[in-house]
Design a protein around this ligand. Structure first.
Ligand SMILES: [Zn+2]
Length: 483
């Protein structure tokens, strides 16, 4: 029997539909970010008495697009409910949402997402997708615990959200990350949201260890933080279980500055919300024709693109997945692949060093000056032996950052050094400067590597390594013959 406690993670993700021009139930523009507080409001999203909500049809279309992309069953009846709770950011004292229970239904259910972790594919089931409105935003002075007062801004109130809930199929922080990466990629391919915008993508995580109580961690802002919060929470719960204690069912808050989760409140139960159908929004019928028209307008999605990359470019699932999940990188790969057909080599360069430098320089895809031809030429020069792999790696940062042409670098003398007379001259210098290393090399063949390293250092990696070794061995033989 294994004594390792079983970890179960379920995620609840709130995604703002940032591509919508207006809020979910009123004509107020949705591009409120960076604006003065309480200026992007109207009587509807302020919850004033006597106002009536009108559904934004485009939001329904986006929800159906996501439901199809996540392989969900779509309900033919769209029912909105009131979820009651009192909070300053919710002026109506209820949130218009959806509820998956007797007499109600979410817009979509029973889907799945395929993820790829540690060389294996795995399915994470989607329990449901709900359409709902975002509440306003409360501003605290300093931290939530010590703020002397709080301010409320209703600009966000009524923004369209999709809530995506998974089954607890995720078994590690790494799998959670793979799932969220995939979900973000799907959202990006669909073009319904820009998840890089502040607050557009929020995650709640439910986690239990060894069949114990579920703990919910609320409102984690990024994938990296989700991974950290889950890692912390697994250790915390395992420690409690290990000492014979019991994990309390509660809601916790992830304090990213301290790297810990702290108790927020005891978990409220679904029945506390007193859901009932919103009388202002009678059920709407979603027709098959409408669903079919949305299905027809879907772009190529990550799963089919991964499959195509495997077939068309003969990549393995790992490389294809890494490329496709970063849409702009996959687009860039395809541009390069028109001009260069060692696809595996191209993919490797893009998903390792190239991507690393893009991140290092903090470049957004739109800012990239590097063109496909720059990368293709670099690989072609490497294939022809004009440059060494070390030089490729050295020149890459400039090419990525400045979009500089490798021809320019080659013209500046940035080529591989394979002129034997020149190499021999440098080898002789190195040997003269390192008499002890020469003595070692005469006795121990392995010590030759040190001299090779010194030559490489002197030539900034440009010396042809094979020729360098040959020349060193020849010169050492000459010394042996003389003595
Ligand atoms: Zn409004």
């Amino acid at each position: 029997m294994s004594s390792i406690p079983e970890v179960k993670i379920g995620l609840e993700i709130h995604v703002q539909l940032t591509s919508l021009k207006t809020k979910l139930f009123c004509p107020t523009p949705s591009n409120y970010r960076g604006e003065e507080p309480n200026t992007y409001v109207c009587p509807v999203c302020l919850g004033l008495p006597g106002t009536l909500p009108v559904v934004n049809k485009k939001a329904i279309e986006y929800a159906i697009a996501l439901a199809l992309a996540l392989n969900c069953e779509i309900n033919d009846k769209l029912v909105f409910v009131r979820k009651h709770y009192f909070y300053p950011d919710l002026p109506k004292n209820y949130q218009i949402s959806q509820y998956d229970g007797p007499g109600f239904s979410s817009i979509a259910r029973n889907g799945y997402v395929k993820i790829f972790v540690d060389g294996k594919s795995k399915i994470v089931r989607i329990r449901r997708i709900n359409i709902e409105e975002d509440p306003g935003k409360i501003h605290y002075i300093g931290s939530i615990e010590t703020s002397p007062y709080s301010l409320v801004d209703y600009n966000r109130s009524g923004i369209a959200l999709l809530e995506i809930v998974t089954e607890p199929d995720i078994e590690s922080p790494k799998e959670a990350r793979a799932f969220l990466d995939k979900l973000i990629a799907i959202l990006e391919y669909l073009g319904i949201t820009d998840t890089s915008r502040e607050g557009a993508f929020r995650v709640d995580a439910n986690i239990s260890v060894a069949g114990g109580s579920r703990v919910e961690i609320k409102n984690i802002g990024s994938i990296k933080e989700v991974e950290k919060a889950l890692t912390y929470e697994i250790i915390r719960q395992k420690n409690i279980v290990g000492k014979g204690g019991e994990v309390k069912r509660e809601t916790r808050h992830w304090d990213s500055s301290k790297g810990v989760t702290v108790p927020l409140r005891s978990k409220e139960f679904e029945e506390d919300y007193r859901y009932f159908p919103d009388p202002d929004l009678p059920p709407m019928i979603i027709t098959k024709t409408f669903i079919e028209s949305v299905a027809k307008s879907l772009p190529e999605l990550p799963d089919s693109r991964i499959e195509r990359f495997i077939k068309q470019y003969e990549l393995d699932e790992y490389r294809a997945t890494v490329l496709v999940l970063i849409k702009w990188l996959a687009d860039f790969f395809e541009e390069c692949a028109k001009l260069y057909n060692n696809y595996k080599k191209l993919a490797d360069l893009l998903i390792t060093d190239f991507l690393r430098w893009v991140k290092e320089f903090n470049l957004s895809p739109r800012e990239l000056k590097v063109q496909s031809i720059h990368i293709v030429k670099l690989l072609q020069y490497l294939d022809k032996g004009v440059i060494s792999i070390k030089m490729l790696k050295e020149s890459l940062p400039r090419i990525v950052k400045e979009g500089i042409d490798i021809d320019k670098l080659v013209a500046e003398g940035y080529t591989k050094l394979d002129d034997e007379i020149v190499i021999e001259k440098i080898v002789r210098e190195v040997m003269a400067e390192n008499p002890k290393a020469v003595k070692d090399a005469l006795e121990n063949p392995k010590a030759v590597n040190y001299l090779v390293g010194m030559v490489m250092k002197k030539t900034r990696g440009r010396a042809d390594p094979n020729k360098t070794v040959e020349i060193i061995k020849r010169l050492l033989d000459e010394i042996r013959k003389k003595s």
